[in-house]
Design a protein around this ligand. Structure first.
Ligand SMILES: [Mn+2]
Length: 370
């Protein structure tokens, strides 16, 4: 990769910490942001009142914590700018813009997530009720106005409640058709506004059966078809590392799959989950390190130059501490990916020889030392 002078890696021997963390990110042009939701508070069905009930849970409080944790960029959620009737509260938009300037924080995309709006508990643009589908389309279109006002060029849509809990609950064919038609309509509206539309897959949760986009294989297929029909690349995907592990695919493979089918990889959500588990959203880099570094390597190898955004829920940790730890481990894992990439010709040669022992030793030496 021409833009990187990988010989500079020699300056980062051992565990990167302190001021070297930001130096590393800027030196290698790595873009790291945080979702506002990752700054807390966090609640679940066991602790409905939240795990940190004393913190400021407003978007302003979240932005302050993201800044305090040493971040320069963030991704907000559309509903944070809307009132109970889902009308945009422009005073919040203006306030967030001014606080962002003050904190020197930059919004880099807008997450569109209405899965927490009770009215849409049976789904948004694939809701069984036509009136609610129309309303969801309207609400999401209005969200694009927020994106424009914030000056971001990507909206990322995660249809968490569109799906089913039980076998036979829905006609999958009908639901898919409705979803695809409305997704295309959303894409057209995004394009009209100069925005790209990201879609994020997840196999389940909150839906207990499947979500309408259960895997990135499906999101790639959906994006591809709509882009082909529109004759331009409006729809891309967001890969959530933990979501890939939920259905036990190789996350690095998904990165190459999007590339192979010419579907834009618009952003990457990072966190940690166990294979075939729930969406744990734990601190980055605390799981299978080989697999995570392999994933980061894949993003470097395909030339991904977008944002990695923390999508985590560190329930029993102070959110600022959780964000800091993820940044710390992300940087150190990324260094390993770059070290491997520096010697990629050698690695590729070993791969061609199909000598597993040599490949493992080559990779292992970098992962376990340096
Ligand atoms: Mn995510």
């Amino acid at each position: 990769m021409a833009r990187l002078d990988l010989s500079q890696l020699d300056r980062y021997i051992g565990f990167i910490k302190g001021e070297d963390i930001d130096r590393f990110l800027s030196e290698f042009n790595i873009k790291l942001a945080s979702g506002t939701w990752a700054a807390g508070d966090f609640s679940d069905r066991f602790m409905r009142g939240g795990y940190n009930p004393d913190i400021d849970t407003s978007i302003v409080g979240q932005l302050k914590r993201i800044r305090e944790a040493g971040f320069i960029a963030y991704v907000p959620i559309d509903v944070q700018f809307k009132d109970r009737n889902l009308r945009i509260d422009w005073s919040v938009v203006e306030n967030v813009k001014s606080i962002s300037r003050e904190l020197e924080l930059k919004p880099i995309a807008l997450a569109m997530d209405i899965s927490g709006v009770n009215m849409f508990k049976h789904g948004s643009i694939a809701n069984p009720c036509e009136d609610l589908r129309k309303r969801a389309l309207e609400v999401l279109t209005e969200s694009m106005d927020i994106a424009k006002a914030l000056g971001v060029d990507t909206v990322s849509f995660w249809p968490g409640q569109d799906g089913w809990d039980y076998s036979f609950e829905v006609n999958y064919g009908k639901m898919l058709k409705i979803f695809m038609n409305n997704l295309k309509e959303l894409a057209i509206r995004a394009a009209d506004r100069g925005l790209t539309l990201g879609i994020e897959a997840k196999v389940k949760e909150p839906r207990e059966g499947n979500m309408i986009i259960p895997t990135s294989h499906a999101s790639i297929l959906m994006a591809k078809r709509i882009n082909d029909e529109l004759g331009k690349k409006v729809v891309g995907i967001t890969i959530d590392y933990g979501h890939e592990l939920m259905y036990a695919v190789e996350p690095a493979y998904t990165v190459y799959l999007a590339k192979e089918f010419d579907v834009p990889l618009l952003s990457i959500h990072i966190n940690t989950a166990k294979t075939h588990s729930n969406d744990e959203d734990r601190v980055v880099g605390t799981g299978d390190l080989w697999q995570f570094i392999d994933f980061l390597y894949a993003t470097v190898d395909i030339g991904f130059d977008g944002w990695y955004a923390l999508d985590q829920f560190t329930y029993r940790m102070n959110p600022v501490e959780g964000l800091r730890k993820s940044k710390l481990f992300f940087v150190n894992a990324y260094k390993k990916a770059l070290l491997l990439y520096r010697y990629r010709d050698e690695l590729e040669k070993l791969r061609e020889e199909a000598d597993q022992g040599k490949i493992l030793e080559f990779v292992g030496e970098i992962i376990y030392s340096k």
